[in-house]
Ligand binder design. Structure first.
Ligand SMILES: [Zn+2]
Length: 289
């Protein structure tokens, strides 16, 4: 599943390849891919024909393309979505859902999505910030993200720290993999209760989140899911440098203890039993010891 670094990698690639280009036509090949565009697929294609792409922006895991009409195309990759630049004569992908052709006859933009959890829509007047995603908090790589506000909000909550990192209304773009990696670096177990974290500990954790995300972007994103590739079809390779996620039973790179896996929110959490001890009491609503 694409997380922030993957989506940022896609954004950077798209920005380079489609900014300034004018859409000639759009073909919606599967209605589910535009299900959040309430007026329907034909309308989606109609309002985009002839529009110029001004930029490619991101908040959390959402992308949006401001257009010269003042509207924006909003996209979420879901579990398996890909935005690929392909030569016009390249064969259609099996799971091709939406095709954008440009009036320069250059490479097409293709939305390919096997599991169809991803979605594209047009946000009317959403060029600056689509209303559909305005409720999502900024991510820690956003220049306007406020560290002080985040730390204060985190410490006001009485919830598990990993749960807080995954809460898109508090901080966006941190998924399961990067939460585990940041917690490993910070030496915190994910069930630590946020209101028991000291201010310096919360700032350290935020710094680790930022470092992990930044390094993953530099590496081109993580690719656990073979379905994920960036706009040029290249897999990311950050997974080679993961310290916790997916390493059950392998030695901690800091202390040598075998990494443990625990169930968490229908998923798995990976942590070091020695570097990240469980709090003496855990669970929401109870103060950690
Ligand atoms: Zn360790």
């Amino acid at each position: 599943m694409p997380e922030l670094p993957e989506v940022e990698t896609v954004r950077q690639g798209l920005s380079r390849w489609i900014t300034g280009r004018r859409i000639r036509s759009v073909q919606v090949r599967h209605p589910r891919a535009v299900r959040r565009h309430v007026p329907g697929g034909a309308h989606f294609a109609d309002v985009l024909a002839g529009r110029k792409v001004l930029d490619v922006c991101r908040r959390g895991k959402y992308l949006w393309l401001p257009l010269d009409s003042g509207d924006a195309v909003v996209g979420h990759l879901g579990m398996s979505g890909q935005l690929l630049l392909q030569p016009a004569d390249a064969p259609d992908e099996t799971h091709l859902r939406v095709r954008f052709r440009f009036d320069d006859d250059g490479a097409e933009l293709r939305f390919v999505d096997q599991r169809t959890f991803g979605c594209l829509s047009v946000s009317e007047g959403g060029g600056m910030l689509p209303s559909e995603i305005a409720h999502i908090a900024r991510d820690p790589l956003d220049p306007e993200f406020s560290d002080a506000e985040f730390v204060a909000a985190l410490r006001r909550r009485r919830t598990e720290v990993k749960r807080a990192l995954l809460d898109q209304s508090l901080i966006s773009g941190v998924g399961n993999i990067y939460a585990d990696e940041a917690l490993w670096r910070a030496g915190l177990h994910g069930t630590r209760i946020t209101d028991a974290l000291t201010g310096p500990a919360a700032h350290r954790l935020l710094a680790q989140v930022r470092d992990v995300l930044g390094e993953a972007i530099t590496a081109g994103g993580t690719s656990f899911d073979a379905l994920y590739v960036d706009v040029n079809g290249e897999s990311g390779y950050f997974d080679r440098s993961l310290n916790a996620y997916g390493r059950e039973g392998q030695p901690c790179r800091r202390c040598g203890a075998p990494i443990r896996r625990e169930a968490f929110m229908n998923r798995s959490s990976f942590s070091c039993p020695r570097c990240q001890p469980r709090p003496r009491t855990s669970g929401t609503g109870r103060r950690a010891g």
